[in-house]
Design a protein around this ligand. Structure first.
Ligand code: AGP
Length: 623
């Protein structure tokens, strides 16, 4: 959500910045902009609007920027101000001598604005509706008063700034220097070399520069940085001490593969799930002694197995996968699991302390709600662990230990393969803890372990089925303004995830329910216009599930049912989507696939771009 990027080095900086903005597009596509200093002014090219990368690229191709070794840019996910040109970053101060790009929220921007206006007696002539433009003016105001360097003035200005942010500022008066600040966020500096000279990339994440350099440092919260062509200085804003962050090397290649035969990332990501699961399992399952190896949490595994309860915090799709982990971990390993939306966990009185384990699940590793919940848990004394997909992400850096998903980069805004990877890690962790604890009979463990190995084959089979009933289901859903998704047991989180997908990318209102919950209120809205998608593959609760479907049919709701091949349970429905039979514990891996496909194809039918659902971004870095 909002991406910032800066470059200093021998390459042509505007080209590098524009390339990085394309690569980080899913952080926000409400605005794109780039700034270059010509010595006496900033040349800025920017575009705002819904999904405006194309317009921005056209602008920079027609209106070329001067060549420079120093440039910075931004992609925007709107918080303050609608998506239009004037709200896109970079923003200038009133004098035009400072330029800024910013990710985050300045909570007291109106107080800062009023202070400037009151103290100077002059109204700010703001061009945008953003908190960012106020911030750059606040820095300019403090610098004018104090006559300090940009860095020292920023340090002083920050004392009165409330909020969480990462931003970089450049000044015409100090050419070749970026000064940046981070609070409640992280930033990265990529450290490379080109034609015998050092080069530096400042960015919200490693991906935009990972094809230029694999070496980087993470800039955590409460830091001030200054970067020039010769190096960078990192200072703690609380202690004033200069720090030397550890140089890190990317271990996983983050290069985006091409879309290949696919037009959309989401389609590609759905279809690469069999290979992705192989990658998730590789090196983590020992076939000789049928054990799971999770090196990232080795130090804590015994304590985890003996914990009286595990707390999981997450949002969105990651929350749905966390619910599945709860079902599996409690059933397989006998360890109680509390799953909560991170934002709720953070701001209520939670009973975690020394000895507690709080695990964050996040595809991006940047979700602000989840990050602050983990920080809070750490302050209360808990050990914090992370399950995330992005190496070098905020979560991966802040947690005591964790497990990477290894799903490969996901570019579609809607999570698909990373959900499946989260499920696979959840199942592996449940099996691993069960074995350490010794609670599962060896035979049962072996059966589950073997089924885990078969996942890529099952998934491949489902993805290769060209089920004609999917077309019928699409016809039924495309005209609906609302739909219910229902399931029981491990199919309940899948109902939530299926409904989230269709809501997110096809623009159809949908709610997921535990099937039994329907009769406690939602059933009142059922009629012939409200389809119900029922996850009704073979399970221990299939008879009850059938009753819930009949309740929907009695109210004339059309039913699309996911059923086990041959429909051995005689599930009543208007449209049956048959799926291969797997053990109930593993059915979520199979059942989610047609729901992802339905959402993807519905989005296309409704003329939407499934990769970039309106108003959403890939990582949500504001609370
Ligand atoms: C998933 O399709 C959504 N884009 C969204 O719900 C997402 O899962 C949520 O914002 C959490 O993101 P995270 O996994 O990166 O923490």
């Amino acid at each position: 959500m909002c991406g910032i990027i800066g470059y200093i080095g021998k390459r042509n900086a505007p080209d590098i910045v524009i390339d990085a903005l394309k690569r980080a597009e899913t952080r926000g596509y409400h605005g794109f902009g780039v700034a270059v200093s010509t010595g006496n002014k900033f040349e800025i090219r920017k575009k705002g609007g819904e999904d405006c990368l194309g317009d921005f690229l056209e602008l920079v191709s027609k209106s070329l920027l001067p060549k420079s070794s120093y440039a910075f840019g931004h992609n925007r996910w709107a918080t303050h101000g609608t998506p239009e040109d004037r709200n896109a970053h970079p923003h200038l101060s009133q004098s035009g001598r400072l330029a800024i790009v910013h990710n985050g929220i300045i909570e007291n921007y109106s107080v800062l604005k009023n202070t400037i206006e009151k103290e100077t007696g002059v109204s700010l002539k703001l061009i945008s509706d953003t908190d960012t433009e106020v911030l750059v003016n606040w820095i300019e105001y403090v610098q004018k008063l104090s006559k300090l360097s940009l860095k020292e003035a920023m340090k002083s200005a920050l004392e009165n700034v409330e909020g969480t942010f990462a931003f970089i500022v450049a000044s015409l008066d100090e050419p070749g220097v970026f000064v940046g600040a981070v609070r409640g966020r992280t930033m990265r500096i990529g450290v490379g070399e080109h034609e015998g000279e050092k080069e530096f990339f400042i960015a919200s994440e490693v991906y935009p520069f990972s094809h230029y350099t694999q070496t980087y440092v993470v800039i955590p919260s409460h830091k001030l940085i200054s970067v020039t062509k010769d190096g960078y200085i990192v200072e703690d804003t609380r202690t004033g001490l200069v720090e030397t962050p550890e140089l890190k090397k990317l271990e996983i290649t983050l290069h985006a593969t091409e879309k290949g035969e696919y037009k959309y990332w989401m389609d590609k990501e759905i279809h690469e799930q069999p290979r992705m699961i192989e990658n998730v399992l590789q090196g983590r399952v020992d076939l000789r002694d049928k054990s799971v190896i999770l090196g990232g949490i080795k130090e804590y595994e015994k304590d985890l197995a003996n914990a009286s309860i595990l707390h999981i915090v997450a949002h969105g799709t990651s929350f749905n996968s966390a619910l599945l982990f709860k079902y599996w971990c409690e059933a397989i390993a006998g360890i109680p699991v509390n799953v909560e939306l991170a934002s709720e966990f953070r701001y209520r009185k939670t009973l975690v302390s020394n000895g507690s384990f709080v695990i964050g699940i996040s595809q991006s590793g940047e979700t602000a709600d989840t990050i602050v919940a983990l920080e809070h848990a750490q302050e209360l004394g808990a050990t914090i662990l992370g399950i995330c997909n992005v190496e070098g992400s905020h979560m991966s850096e802040m947690t005591d230990a964790g497990i990477f998903l290894r799903a490969g980069r996901e570019l579609g805004v809607a999570s698909t393969k990373t959900f499946t990877a989260q499920m696979a890690v959840g199942m592996m962790l449940s099996l691993h803890l069960a074995r350490i604890k010794g609670v599962l009979p060896e035979g049962s463990y072996q059966e589950l372990f073997e089924e885990l190995q078969s996942l890529p084959l099952y998934i491949e089979e489902v993805l290769s089925l060209d089920n004609p009933n999917i077309k019928l289901a699409l016809e039924l859903l495309k005209n609906a303004s609302s739909a219910y998704y229902i399931g029981r047991g491990v199919s309940y989180p899948i109902a939530l995830e299926g409904a989230l997908k269709i809501k997110e990318i096809a623009g159809i209102h949908a709610e997921g329910y535990a099937a039994s919950e329907m009769k406690h209120g939602p059933i009142g809205l059922l009629d012939k216009h409200m389809p119900v998608v029922a996850i009704a593959t073979s399970s221990s609760q299939i008879d009850k599930m059938i009753s819930n479907i009949k309740e929907a049919q009695a109210r004339k709701a059309p039913v699309i049912a996911l059923v086990t091949r041959g429909n051995p349970n005689n599930v009543p429905a208007d449209i049956h989507i048959e799926l291969p039979e797997v053990r109930e514990e593993f059915s979520p891996f199979i059942n989610i696939l047609p729901l992802q496909i339905l959402a993807f194809r519905l989005a296309l039918m409704k003329g939407k771009n499934p990769d970039k659902p309106e108003g959403l971004a890939k990582s949500i870095t504001v609370e």
